[in-house]
Design a protein. Structure first.
Length: 313
C-alpha cells in the first residue's frame, strides 16, 4: 500500500481514473467497474468536475455524479479516497477565489459527500498570483471541505512557487502532483518534475500511465486505432520507437505471464510513482491494472524497459 502525505488512509497503488464514467462507460458499466475495483482491493478514485464534458450531450460533472450516486448506494464513502479537480470546466474555469469556492461546493454536491480527500488545481491560472491560489486552497483545508491539495498541469516554476509561498506564509502545502509520465513520455517528468517530487516529498500520481492505451499493446497498426473511441489518442506513438517499447513490454510480460499493461504500470511503480492513474472501460480490463500492485520487476527488466524507452527520456 502507498500513502498521501498528511492523509492517514493508506491507498492502493493504482489510482482508478474516472474519466471514462459517463463517456465510454455508461452508468451501469461505470458502477460495475467501481464495484470490481473495490472488490479487488482498490480504494483510490480520481475524477474532475470537467469529466466528461467532451462527450456528445455532456456538460461536465457526469463522472462525479456517477461516483457520488454509487458511493451513496453502497454506503462506502469512508473506505474510499476521492480526488477531484477544479479549473477546466466551462463556466468554472480558472482559480479565482470565488470560483474555486463555488466549484468545490458543486463537486461536493455531485459527489454527495462532505469532504474531498485530494483536491487538485487541474490547470494553472497564470492571471492569479500564486500566493492568492495558495491562500484559497489553504482556506478549503481549514474549513474542512478538502483534506489535501494537489497540483496538475502546472509548470515546474509555478509548482515551486506554490510550495514556497505555502512555506513562507504558513499555509497548507500541496502534497501531490499529477504529471504525465509513462514509457513513451519520460523526458519532461524526469527532467522537470521528479526533482520537485524528491525535494518536496510529494506523492506522484502519473496520468496517461498507459499512453491512452498504447502501452497495453493493443495498437500495432492504424487499423487497430479504429477499434476504440480513444484509439486516435495513441496514433502519435505508432512509429518504430514507440513499437520498440511495446516489443520490450511484451518480452517482459511474457517472462511473468502477465499483460503488457501490467508491466507498464509496474515500471512506473519501480520508478517511484505513488500510484499510477489508469482507467477501465469494462470490468474485464481491471485485472491487468490491479495486478501491477504485486508485480515486482527485476533490476534487469527495469533496465531493459529503460533502454527501449531511452528515445523518450
Amino acid at each position: 500500500m502507498a500513502s498521501i502525505p498528511t492523509l492517514e488512509t493508506e491507498i492502493f497503488p493504482l489510482n482508478l481514473g474516472g474519466n471514462t464514467f459517463g463517456w465510454t462507460s455508461d452508468r451501469v458499466g461505470s458502477e460495475a467497474v467501481l464495484d470490481g475495483f473495490v472488490a479487488a482491493g482498490g480504494n483510490f478514485v480520481d475524477t474532475a468536475d470537467a469529466y466528461s464534458a467532451w462527450a456528445p450531450g455532456n456538460k461536465g460533472g457526469e463522472s462525479e455524479t456517477i461516483i457520488g450516486d454509487w458511493m451513496a448506494a453502497r454506503g462506502n464513502r469512508d473506505g474510499l479516497v476521492i480526488a477531484t479537480k477544479v479549473g477546466a470546466l466551462e463556466g468554472r474555469k480558472g482559480l479565482a477565489p470565488d470560483n474555486v469556492r463555488a466549484a468545490v461546493d458543486d463537486s461536493l454536491r455531485r459527489l454527495r459527500t462532505d469532504r474531498i480527500d485530494l483536491y487538485y488545481a487541474h490547470y494553472d491560472d497564470q492571471d492569479r498570483p500564486i500566493e492568492e491560489i495558495a491562500a484559497t486552497f489553504d482556506g478549503l483545508v481549514r474549513d474542512g471541505r478538502i483534506r489535501a491539495i494537489g497540483m496538475s498541469n502546472f509548470t515546474p516554476e509555478r509548482m515551486r512557487a506554490w510550495l514556497e509561498a505555502a512555506a513562507a506564509e504558513g499555509l497548507t502545502a500541496p502534497v501531490a502532483i499529477q504529471p504525465e509520465y509513462n514509457l513513451v513520455a519520460r523526458h519532461r517528468y524526469e527532467t522537470d518534475y521528479a526533482p520537485i517530487a524528491a525535494s518536496a516529498g510529494v506523492a506522484v500520481f502519473p496520468y496517461y500511465a498507459l499512453a491512452s492505451g498504447f502501452l497495453s499493446g493493443k495498437y500495432r497498426t492504424p487499423a487497430d486505432l479504429e477499434q476504440s473511441v480513444r484509439g486516435g489518442r495513441a496514433e502519435g506513438h505508432l512509429n518504430a520507437q514507440g513499437l520498440g517499447v511495446v516489443d520490450a513490454l511484451v518480452a517482459v510480460a511474457d517472462e511473468h505471464g502477465a499483460a503488457p499493461a501490467t508491466v507498464a504500470l509496474a515500471w512506473l511503480l519501480a520508478k517511484g510513482a505513488t500510484a499510477p492513474l489508469a482507467s477501465a472501460r469494462t470490468t474485464e480490463q481491471l485485472p491487468d491494472l490491479m495486478a501491477a500492485a504485486t508485480l515486482a520487476l527485476t533490476d534487469a527488466q527495469v533496465a531493459a524497459l529503460d533502454k527501449a524507452s531511452a528515445p523518450f527520456a
